[in-house]
Design a protein around this ligand. Structure first.
Ligand code: FES
Length: 143
């Protein structure tokens, strides 16, 4: 009877350990697939605007984070807008859009950029990063 009890206990302990290992390996594999499927198809728009109610006037702009889109011409086509990063290429300060001068000015060291992001005045040597504008059903998307 003692021997039977001993064997039962060993069997139960072994089963418990195996189940534990099985669960541990399952949880590891469950961690990996989670982010994968959702990440690729969700899109990565930096900014969106409804052209039925936003960005109507030439010179108007919309900012989301460090991204700006400016209307540069009439008409709801992608070429009527420019989308840029607001991060100065000199030392990464945030530039300001000056609608009156139709350009961007950096408050840190005085760099100035044209409305297309090209450097007009240093010390910055490289243009602002330009993003892609697309329009579908009057919804503008910057990517
Ligand atoms: S960080 Fe913009 S000019 Fe220096």
């Amino acid at each position: 009877m003692e021997r039977r009890d001993f064997l039962n206990n060993v069997g139960q302990a072994t089963a418990f350990l195996c189940a534990g290992r099985l669960l541990a390996s399952c949880s590891k594999s469950d961690d990996n697939p989670g982010p994968g499927p959702g990440g690729g198809s969700g899109g990565s728009a930096k900014l969106t605007a409804n052209l039925n109610s936003e960005l109507a006037a030439v010179g108007s702009s919309k900012i989301n984070g460090n991204t700006i889109v400016v209307r540069t011409a009439a008409g709801n086509t992608a070429s009527s807008f420019v989308a840029l990063s607001l991060v100065c290429t000199h030392e990464q300060c945030i530039v300001n859009y000056d609608a009156a001068d139709n350009d961007f000015k950096c408050p840190c060291h005085g760099s100035q950029y044209s409305i297309t992001g090209a450097v007009n005045q240093g010390p910055a040597a490289a243009a602002l990063t330009k993003y892609t504008v697309s329009i579908n059903n009057n919804v503008l998307t910057v990517t």
